[in-house]
Design a protein around this ligand. Structure first.
Ligand SMILES: CC/C=C\C/C=C\C/C=C\C/C=C/C(=O)SCCNC(=O)CCNC(=O)[C@H](O)C(C)(C)COP(=O)(O)OP(=O)(O)OC[C@H]1O[C@@H](n2cnc3c(N)ncnc32)[C@H](O)[C@@H]1OP(=O)(O)O
Length: 243
């Protein structure tokens, strides 16, 4: 599956809805046992949640948007398919979450590409299930430091801390992702799927049990004037960086 929402594959409500529909179709297709996620936009895997969806909108809109973010994560983290992220560009925040939610991450070894949960830099807080997914990949200490600092790690650093499983030259990314997929698909599906469920169930159950509470927390957090101001300033900073 190739993300193609220029300029930066930001995760808008429309993007998330289409992503979930596509995943559901693949999940229900008995002939499909695995999916490789990558980007058709040069240099960017995904710029994370679309900040414009979280700025100056109604409470109803925030609720709908956040449910779509939750749905994307719940479907991908619990997928029966083998999921491989072929990270061919930068991947901050929600983009990093998508990669973390997969079974395996391969990143192009370009030191200009960065990845991480940088929410703190925007003055916002990564929700508990972003944090749980991160901890499950890199461990508590690395996750804590990285989250508090809102770090964006260069590709080599991301590999060093275990955020991505391997680095390959960009032109070899597709072949390597295919080889990894074949390796994972060589195992009997039922054994691999039950193992995946065992490893991920506690974290998935936690969001399922607190889903509505999480929506309400998001709404009350994102509606604060101080948070809205931080997001507006961040968007302005992105625009200024260009000029
Ligand atoms: C107690 C807690 C309770 C509940 C939790 C509450 C809150 C937590 C909620 C959410 C968690 C948030 C998760 C996120 O994902 S937030 C998004 C974080 N993303 C980023 O920080 C990335 C920002 N973008 C960049 O750094 C660069 O754009 C990038 C490196 C991706 C690409 O750089 P490049 O130079 O190639 O492009 P730009 O000129 O910067 O961008 C082009 C264009 O796109 C716009 N843009 C970029 N990113 C976003 C985005 N994420 N959303 C919306 N729009 C984006 C950028 O402004 C440019 O627009 P324009 O100037 O109009 O062309």
């Amino acid at each position: 599956m190739k993300f193609k929402s220029p300029p930066v594959n930001s995760l808008s409500l429309d993007f998330l809805t289409e992503f979930c529909i596509s995943l559901e179709k693949l999940e229900n297709d008995r002939a499909c046992r695995g999916v490789i996620l990558t980007s058709a936009v040069p240099k960017i895997f995904s710029s994370g949640l679309d900040i414009t969806e979280m700025c100056g909108k109604s409470t109803e809109h925030y609720a709908e948007f956040w449910r779509a973010v939750q749905e994307m994560w719940l479907r991908l983290y619990s997928s029966n398919m083998v999921t491989v992220a072929a990270v061919n560009g930068s991947s901050p925040a929600g983009g990093c979450l998508i990669a973390l939610t997969c079974d395996y991450r391969i990143m192009a070894e370009n030191p200009k590409f960065s990845i991480g949960l940088n929410e703190a830099q925007l003055g916002i807080v990564a929700p508990f299930w972003f944090k749980d997914t991160f901890v499950n990949v890199v461990g508590h200490r690395v996750a804590e430091r990285s989250l508090q600092l809102g770090s964006l790690h260069s590709a080599p650093e991301a590999h060093r801390i275990g955020l991505v499983d391997e680095l390959v030259p960009e032109e070899k990314l597709k072949d390597r992702a295919t080889a990894v997929m074949q390796q994972w698909l060589a195992l009997p599906d039922h054994a691999r799927q039950l193992t995946k469920t065992m490893m991920r169930k506690a974290v998935l159950d936690r969001l399922v049990a607190h889903r509505e509470e999480d929506v309400q927390n998001f709404i009350s957090f994102i509606s604060k004037e101080s948070i809205q101001k931080s997001l507006r300033m961040y968007m302005e900073m992105l625009k200024k960086k260009k000029s």
